[in-house]
Design a protein around this ligand. Structure first.
Ligand SMILES: NC(=O)c1ccc[n+]([C@@H]2O[C@H](COP(=O)([O-])OP(=O)(O)OC[C@H]3O[C@@H](n4cnc5c(N)ncnc54)[C@H](O)[C@@H]3O)[C@@H](O)[C@H]2O)c1
Length: 323
């Protein structure tokens, strides 16, 4: 099967591209490189530099490659930036990919898996968040993703088969691909960069949450498990199986920020300098998925122990040649 991966030069997209290729897909990566790196794209994939809203480019990609399915990961991902500049997020995460869908349908490409986020839920009302939890995003990032989920559902009338995957905290690395963002806003790479001496200290936001050690609790799902969920769902989609429009992708287990700190200290052998700060507005105490729905389709996280997840990320960071 030939699959177009938008955002395939980014963190999750680069892992997904490699996994799709390993399992026999032909892959075309479309990425504007606004945040990704071309070197992160597996050399077996065909790389196209460009934007998901470039009509002429999309027409060319669909006309020349026999694309059967799209994994749409391209987007902006920083919650705090979205609060400062909501328009940037609605433009890139909602308006632009609408063009991608229009061109997919014009070319007869019907299958898409969209990278959505747990941020669509807002403040959790349950310890384990199911897909039926109300969606009340509390930042423009989550809102932009929810709007696009809704747009995809509306396109069912035009023959589109879509699935939105609500990832919790993507984490870890494979041997070849890992996480680095500029600026870095995700906990594990922030801690690792500190352990490697690239930064001096780490801010820990909130010490008085109702969790076992007062720090916030999150669900860390390994990037390889996210990729495997895509593989499984693409297979079922093209086989015409009946699927839900939305799946949580999380491990179902929560770890506190301080547990993640300990895991990084253990794997690196370095004591990190922590600066305790007040809670950040909009950061809930706990965000943990109920992955029951995706587990009913024979998916289970291969990595759910935080020490092991962190060590995959550490090994990738230590082995990186380009920093
Ligand atoms: N990382 C996480 O923990 C997490 C959690 C939930 C959801 N997600 C979603 O998963 C997707 C991938 O996340 P990531 O961490 O790999 O992000 P990333 O920033 O590493 O990758 C995104 C890629 O998209 C590209 N891109 C952005 N806008 C584009 C556009 N208009 N046209 C073409 N390319 C464009 C960037 O250059 C980048 O390579 C995002 O949509 C994100 O919202 C990520």
């Amino acid at each position: 099967m030939t699959t177009l991966v938008t955002g395939g030069a980014g963190y999750i997209g680069s892992v997904l591209t490699a996994k799709l290729l390993d399992s026999g897909h032909e892959v075309i990566v479309l990425d504007s490189l606004v945040n990704g790196q071309k070197e992160a794209v597996d050399s077996r994939a065909k790389f196209v530099s460009g934007d998901v809203s470039d009509v002429a480019l999309l027409k060319k990609i669909f006309a020349e490659n026999g694309v059967e399915a799209v994994a749409h990961l391209a987007g902006y991902i920083e919650v705090s930036e979205s609060v400062k500049n909501p328009e940037k997020y609605f433009e890139n995460n909602y308006e632009k990919p609408k063009v991608l869908i229009k061109e997919m349908l014009a070319a007869g490409v019907k299958n898409i898996i969209f990278s959505s986020t747990a941020a669509v839920y807002g403040v959790p009302q349950e310890d384990l968040i199911t897909e039926d939890h109300p969606t009340n995003p509390i930042n423009p990032y989550g809102e932009s993703k929810l709007k696009f989920e809704k747009f995809l559902l509306e396109q069912k009338k035009n023959g589109l088969n879509s699935i939105s995957l609500r990832f919790f905290n993507a984490s870890g690395a494979t041997k070849e691909h890992g996480e680095t963002h500029v600026p870095e806003t995700h906990l594990i790479p922030i801690l690792i960069k500190c352990a490697l001496g690239e930064t001096q200290e780490v801010d820990i936001y909130g010490t008085d949450y109702e969790t076992k050690d007062g720090s916030a609790l999150r669900d860390y799902v390994h990037v390889e498990d996210i990729a495997l969920a895509h593989l499984l769902l693409f297979q079922k989609m093209v086989a015409g199986e009946s699927l839900e429009p939305v799946y949580n992708i999380g491990s179902g287990v929560g770890f506190t920020v301080l547990e993640v700190v300990s895991a990084v200290e253990k794997v690196s052998g370095k004591k990190l300098s922590l600066k305790y700060a007040p809670r950040r507005a909009g950061d809930p105490a706990k965000l943990v998925a109920s992955p029951k729905r995706i587990k009913s389709l024979d998916w289970a996280p291969k990595h759910s122990e935080i020490g092991e997840i962190v060590s995959t990320a550490w090994n990738w960071h230590v082995g990186r040649t380009v920093r």
